[in-house]
Design a protein around this ligand. Structure first.
Ligand code: ZN
Length: 227
């Protein structure tokens, strides 16, 4: 679990640290890449106008989850109760499953605090748009890796196609079916492998462009040390 580095500013809230040692100076921890996030600025407007970004979140947590994420991006850290009432949840409990799910991929984080010794804990949530960028880039990179693998196969494989159904067959399958389409029975035609390779390469180039665009949405503040 990530811990917030700075305590909350407002009110007399006490930030509860887990088993923190009594120490006068703030403990400096090794800051890993994920924790560096406080030092990066993300162009969230551009990020959330990307179809893939919106799709990623809504596929993962649904429309309601997307609404929560967008609210947190727009309004910054928000107390759980307030978040629930702002977004029309009748009970705070009902919003938690969305938050916890997003938390499982570090798309949101929270700070736990309480006002007095006997008070309940309050959870204040914030969004991590840079994590969304990281996850999207990972998704694109996986696609690229997959395509690269199939390119290696294409170099040795011959393909046949049904021009009617647009269905592609490798040699073994085409042979098995007497070079006829299993769907419509039409005779298959040999495919120019170069064309297949070309279209796969185009797809890779497109994905690389998307990765580069995502990178352009992150600005590292001068205080952050370069890697
Ligand atoms: Zn066919």
């Amino acid at each position: 679990m990530q811990k917030s580095k700075k305590p909350m500013k407002k009110g007399k809230k006490i930030v509860i640290k887990k088993k923190s040692k009594p120490s006068k100076k703030p403990v400096k921890k090794n800051i890993n890449k994920a924790q560096k996030k406080s030092k990066v600025v993300v162009d969230t407007k551009k990020l959330l106008s990307l179809e893939d970004a919106v799709k990623y979140i809504s596929d993962f947590v649904g429309e309601k989850g997307l609404e929560i994420f967008e609210y947190l991006v727009k309004h910054g850290a928000t107390e759980e109760n307030k978040l629930a009432s702002k977004l029309g949840f009748d009970r705070t409990n009902n919003i938690r499953k969305f938050l916890y799910l997003m938390y499982s991929r570090a798309l949101v984080s929270y700070v736990r605090s309480k006002r007095g010794r006997k008070a309940w804990y309050t959870y204040t949530w914030h969004a991590n748009p840079d994590q969304l960028i990281f996850l999207l880039k990972q998704m694109y990179q996986n696609d690229i890796d997959q395509i690269k693998k199939s390119i290696e196969l294409d170099k040795v494989e011959d393909y046949y196609i049904c021009n009617y159904c647009n269905r592609l067959y490798d040699v073994a399958t085409a042979l098995q079916n007497d070079f006829k389409c299993v769907n419509c029975g039409r005779v298959l035609e040999h495919v120019d492998t170069k064309e297949v390779l070309q279209s796969r390469q185009q797809r890779i180039d497109e994905l690389k462009k998307r990765i580069a665009y995502l990178d352009s949405l992150i600005k590292t503040r001068s205080s952050a040390k370069a890697k």
